[in-house]
Design a protein around this ligand. Structure first.
Ligand SMILES: Cc1cc2nc3c(=O)[nH]c(=O)nc-3n(C[C@H](O)[C@H](O)[C@H](O)COP(=O)(O)OP(=O)(O)OC[C@H]3O[C@@H](n4cnc5c(N)ncnc54)[C@H](O)[C@@H]3O)c2cc1C
Length: 391
């Protein structure tokens, strides 16, 4: 094989792309992973909350290199400040806690370091990584492969691949190249903003504040960030308010039941970005191509969390593609439907169900009823008996 020919070319080295790459390479595929950024994960557009289980499921050992703070549970609030506490240190004290022999439920990770760590794990598995390399387009050829056009350090180049993986995040272009319907409705795109602050006390819980009053169409959050820092943020749906996320965040900080708690906080950093609270794409494959992670809308439509689903989607994609290519089948759209079926069975059917729950809540035009439903759903979602625990 000439150097420019790969089994897989993967566009995007976030959690989805690097996990797909790692598992495919572990099974012997020749993989090229590219990212247009020169520093992975930067600028940070994520709060970094992820369960321990999500990491362990894909063979990532929680490592001080990327962990800001361990998490032991949740505090879920309604709009009036009434709270449901789900603290695993109290629910299962023999298993969860900071003491030796016990474990946290999850972590707040530093996305810059986390993405670099995942990329390094992929490299160690044999993946070739090119940073500062942008995917431009792809073209299936007559031999069952495809040509992938890239811009690397301002130079346009072409490589060959048997399959192209679009792991290029929320604003994915890769699916569009293949004519997939990737459009996100404005009613399902949360616009998120968060401040990194100091002088806000936290106690090892992810705090989630529901209620139209504070975050129309979404929720507000207070996450511990380690070293005495915290993240205060929220996501709103623009069609449910005539104000922007910053206006709502200022109001939440100055007027909510937390205003005294936030009184002395200082803003050290501002981060933002979009989160699709949408259904998974109905078609996530085409000739010589599949999508994974945010690009395929593998995002939890209730919480907006996408790290866990990007990691598990990458695991499913990497393993599927290795088995698929080793079986010698041609990578036609029809054959690659098997990827989506594997994903639906492992994860996607539950995500579709969650999307149904979310759609039912926001279909309700009575704000009080909707607020009550969202609060109950969030509290139920994070409870130890939740059927959605693994998403
Ligand atoms: C404010 C905010 C807070 C969030 N908080 C959380 C949270 O606490 N927990 C959680 O689970 N999720 C959270 N999310 C969601 C989470 O960040 C995403 O779901 C997750 O990053 C998706 O991973 P991914 O690998 O699919 O995509 P990304 O992480 O977006 O990675 C895509 C990569 O593709 C690259 N790329 C794009 N286009 C090209 C191209 N043409 N060529 C080359 N490279 C390209 C990008 O540079 C990027 O590195 C949050 C999101 C936001 C906006």
């Amino acid at each position: 094989m000439p150097d420019s020919q790969y089994d897989l070319v993967i566009i995007g080295s976030g959690p989805a792309g690097s996990t797909t790459a790692r598992f495919a390479a572990q099974h012997g595929l020749k993989v090229l992973l590219v990212d247009k950024r020169q520093e992975l994960g930067a600028p940070i557009q994520c709060s970094g909350a992820v369960s321990r289980h999500a990491l362990e499921e894909v063979g990532i050992t929680p490592d001080a290199e990327f962990i800001h703070e361990p998490i032991y549970g949740f505090g879920i609030y309604n709009g009036r400040g009434e709270k449901t506490t789900i603290d695993y240190r109290r629910l299962k004290p023999e298993e969860y806690g900071p003491e030796d022999g016990k474990k946290p439920l999850g972590y707040v990770v530093d996305r810059r370091r986390f993405d670099r760590y995942l990329m390094t794990q992929a490299e160690r598995a044999g993946v070739e990584v090119w940073l500062k390399t942008e995917g431009l387009s792809y073209r299936p050829d007559a031999n069952g492969s495809c040509e992938v056009f890239l811009r690397r350090f301002n130079q346009e180049i072409k490589v060959k691949a048997r399959i192209l993986v679009g792991a290029d995040g929320l604003q994915s272009q890769v699916g569009k190249w293949a004519g997939l319907r990737t459009h996100i409705k404005i009613t399902e795109l949360a616009s998120c903003l968060q401040f990194i602050v100091d002088q806000v006390e936290t106690e090892g819980l992810l705090e989630i504040i529901t209620g139209h009053e504070w975050a129309p169409g979404g929720y507000a959050w207070v996450f511990p960030k380690g070293h005495g820092y915290a993240e205060i943020g929220l996501g709103v749906i623009s069609t449910m308010t005539d104000k922007d996320a910053q206006w709502h965040l200022d109001k939440f900080i100055r007027q909510s039941f937390f205003k005294d708690r936030f009184e002395n906080s200082r803003i050290l950093e501002i981060q933002g970005g979009g989160v699709p609270l949408a259904a998974p794409l109905r078609t996530q494959y085409a000739d010589n191509l599949i999508l994974v992670g945010d690009a395929a809308r593998h995002v939890n439509p209730i919480t907006g969390g996408g790290i866990h689903t990007a990691l598990s989607g990458g695991y499913i994609a990497g393993n599927f593609l290795a088995e698929f290519l080793n079986s010698g089948q041609p990578p036609t759209a029809q054959n690659l439907e098997g990827y989506q079926n594997a994903w639906l069975e492992a994860l996607g059917n539950k995500m579709w169900k969650l999307y149904g729950v979310k759609a039912d809540i926001f279909r309700n035009n009575d704000i009080e009823e909707r607020d009550a439903l969202l609060y109950q759903t969030m509290a139920g979602y994070f409870s130890p008996n939740s059927e959605y625990k693994k998403i």
